[in-house]
Design a protein around this ligand. Structure first.
Ligand code: PMP
Length: 432
């Protein structure tokens, strides 16, 4: 496969853009280095790069693109919005329309507020929880990603009941000490942390179905236990549904799990491919937000008409009958095919899947938490990743990222992907 133009563009990018990329997840550092592919155009399930190669895309822009690239209904909404003026700085009726749609789909959102990214949404829910409870600390779970604000760039301390340490240079020790990180799916560790810090905890922040160390579902009863211990301690539960909202059903993971958080953060899919974030929850908590309450939350771009109209259009597409059944059908076909090949070529790998999202880990043990996801063999993944890319299959360059199927994928795409995977596994088997 010729990727000469991508290589040249990457060289140029490195001269002007730090690291050549505008988000580190786009670099190929984790898969042995080299130039990332520069895409020229996306259409449905496909990408076309600057050298003219075609790819079946499973990156889905790290989640937002669930209806395929350039979906005509969303494109039309964005065009119309551009013609009407891109940014007003005044309220518009689209904000009302979209907030009603979100509330209709996710009943725990009694009141919502729009922001511009998942990072902003999570960051603000934490501020609101602190304002509401008058407490400072938060508990989060190892390996869950909540954006790039200081408070969530904190790693676990030396045990489940110890305070955190900075996970990025520039995050202060003081901030890290406000965060306790415990393993996902470990109710004992969570109980230990609550017993030690409970009366100082403002909120427990969790991806109810994890998307950030691959697709990992909560063990039966785990989240229920988290809910009851958190509420007994007088703290709030915040669901980070930035990846999961509208991913598995028309609504949040909370609809599937039949659980009700106090607040929810969203992003990605709800913007239909444009920048967006939103958070919401119980009215009495949300009334802490300015201009009604003392917790500040603002934004020049927040609730901008283009993002609102793209989001409305995206949800309209997702609401069509059979959407999630189709995603599940294709996800199942892909999973079954991969598992069959893993067995045929004796590859040390395992697949986690929920509906149209799956993760292939290069480990033989089941993956239920971050430590197990971390044990996925990075070198095997890097080799698999490059073999797939060179056959026109675009995955995320990370050993435990999800593959996202869109409503634009068809069975033929899955068949083509499995043929590529068979080639990759056959070669990999010789390398092991
Ligand atoms: N929370 C979760 C669960 C996410 O997956 C992400 C992004 N990967 C974020 C928050 C941050 O969202 P954004 O990149 O839009 O700031």
């Amino acid at each position: 496969m010729n990727v000469k133009q991508s290589e040249e563009l990457y060289k140029e990018a490195c001269e002007h853009i730090v690291g050549g990329v505008n988000s580190p997840s786009r670099s190929f550092q984790g898969v042995g280095g080299g130039a990332p592919i520069f895409m020229e155009r996306g259409e449905g399930a496909y990408f076309y790069d600057v050298d003219g190669n075609r790819y079946i895309d499973y990156l889905g822009a790290y989640g937002p693109i669930i209806t395929g690239h350039a979906h005509p209904h969303i494109t039309e909404a964005i065009k119309r919005s551009a013609e009407d003026g891109t940014l007003y700085g005044t309220p518009t009726r689209f904000e009302n329309q979209f907030s009603k749609m979100l509330k209709g789909a996710i009943p725990s959102l009694e009141k919502v507020r729009f922001v511009n990214s998942g990072t902003e949404a999570v960051m603000t829910t934490i501020r609101v929880a602190r304002a509401y409870t008058g407490r400072n600390k938060i508990i989060k779970f190892a390996g869950c990603y909540h954006g790039h604000s200081d408070l969530v760039l904190v790693a676990a301390g030396s045990g489940p009941s110890t305070l955190g340490s900075p996970d990025s240079a520039g995050v202060t020790q003081n901030i890290a000490e406000e965060v306790i990180t415990v393993p996902f799916n470990d109710p004992k560790a969570f109980e230990t942390a609550i017993n030690k810090w409970g009366d100082q905890i403002a909120a427990v922040l969790v991806e109810p179905i994890v998307g950030n160390f691959g697709i990992v579902e909560p063990a039966p009863g785990f989240l229920e236990r988290v809910h009851s211990l958190t509420h007994e301690a007088g703290a709030l539960i915040i669901y980070d549904e930035v990846i999961t909202a509208f991913r598995f059903t028309y609504g949040g993971a909370q609809n599937l799990l039949n659980l009700t958080p106090d607040m929810t953060a969203m992003g990605k899919i709800i913007g239909g491919g444009l920048p967006i974030g939103a958070y919401g929850g119980k009215t009495k908590i949300m009334e802490s937000v300015a201009p009604l309450g003392p917790a500040y939350s603002a934004g020049t771009m927040s609730g901008n008409p283009a993002s609102m109209r793209a989001g409305i259009a995206c949800l309209e597409v997702l609401k069509e009958e059979g959407t999630y059944e189709r995603l599940d059908f294709l996800g199942n076909k892909l999973e079954e095919g991969l598992v069959e090949l893993i067995q045929k070529y004796n590859i040390p790998a395992t697949v986690n899947r929920l509906k149209g999202a799956l993760t292939l880990y290069f480990t033989t043990q089941p993956v239920t938490n971050y430590e197990e996801a971390e044990s996925s063999d990075g070198q095997l993944f890097a080799s698999f990743f490059k073999k797939m890319l060179h056959q026109g299959i675009n995955l995320a360059p990370s050993k435990y990222e999800a593959w996202f199927i869109t409503t634009a994928h068809v069975e033929k795409d899955i068949d083509e992907t499995l043929i590529a995977a068979e080639h990759a596994f056959r070669e990999l088997a010789e390398e092991i």
